[in-house]
Design a protein. Structure first.
Length: 287
């Protein structure tokens, strides 16, 4: 029996939203690049051949999306060869680069492409990144992605990222890409750092636009604690060697497929089903 006024409070409305979304399947994104925090681990692909095999194995393990740093000069070939082997959704990474530097990514026509919504300020022992991504560049991304029919995965690193995204929405530049696909980043070292805890996650969710689907990337050993919370709060997850190349603390994974399988098991424990690539395409609104 449903009592009158049951959903009148914010608590009950939030509870209803959770109940309505609990049956939506989880999208797992495999991020296959090298770890800049743990460069000594080296359990990632180092050649194009290894990369293609890695992506195929991730698909077999349960990943629906592959976030791939396509080898420069081999972007078209790499995308083509992955598609010949499996139906995983290919998302071109390296969002820190300029549009001009990513020409090969556009020409390869992956289904998705990561786009950083703010100044890129990352700090690793071997690599320091300090690159501006102004509004003018974001506007250009909107037009070029639409032309190539590539859906953006908007990278949100802090609430300023959300401001820029809402600016693009208000300018009617990304109506064509509904629902908006977002990835929220936590604990990446540098000027975009944010803590990997549930308070920060819930705070940043407040600034996500309507008609959006989000996933979460966590760098470092606190990854699992936050991602389990995300799985119970209608979020998707991004995991792999780029973010955290370990299966558990101080135990490197054999490969990305082992990381994916580990999170598939975790999803089962929290009673969330995994979306395969065809199901993920429907959820993400890919054509």
């Amino acid at each position: 029996m449903v009592y009158k006024g049951l959903y009148t409070t914010r608590y009950h409305k939030n509870l209803l939203n959770i109940i309505m979304k609990e049956n939506q399947k989880i999208i797992i994104t495999a991020t296959t690049a090298n770890s800049l925090v743990y460069p000594e681990v080296k359990n990632w692909a180092e050649t194009t051949e290894q990369l293609i095999e890695d992506v195929v194995e991730c698909c077999d393990a349960g990943a629906a999306v592959a976030h791939v740093h396509l080898p420069r000069g081999k972007e078209i070939e790499t995308v083509k060869r992955i598609r010949e082997r499996c139906d995983i959704i290919i998302q071109a990474g390296l969002s820190s680069e300029s549009i001009q530097q990513r020409k090969g990514d556009f020409d390869a026509k992956p289904e998705m492409m990561s786009v950083m919504l703010n100044h890129d300020a990352e700090y690793f022992d071997q690599v320091k990144v300090d690159i501006l991504h102004p509004i003018k560049e974001l506007e250009e991304y909107c037009m070029k992605l639409k032309k190539y029919n590539i859906k953006p995965d908007w990278e949100l690193w802090h609430t300023g990222s959300s401001w820029n995204l809402n600016y693009l929405i208000d300018k009617s530049l990304i109506e064509w890409s509904n629902p908006h696909i977002l990835t929220l980043f936590f604990n990446w070292p540098g000027g975009m750092w944010s803590p990997a805890n549930y308070q920060e996650y819930m705070y940043r969710k407040k600034f996500m636009p309507q008609k959006s689907i989000h996933g979460v990337s966590v760098m470092g050993e606190d990854q699992m604690k936050l991602l389990v919370f995300v799985l119970t709060h209608d979020g998707n997850i991004r995991v792999g060697t780029e973010d955290y190349p370990f299966i558990k603390k101080e135990k490197p994974a054999k490969n990305n497929a082992e990381i994916i399988k580990n999170y598939v098991d975790i999803c089962k424990h929290v009673r969330r089903e995994i979306a395969d690539p065809s199901e993920a395409r429907v959820i993400l609104g890919l054509k």
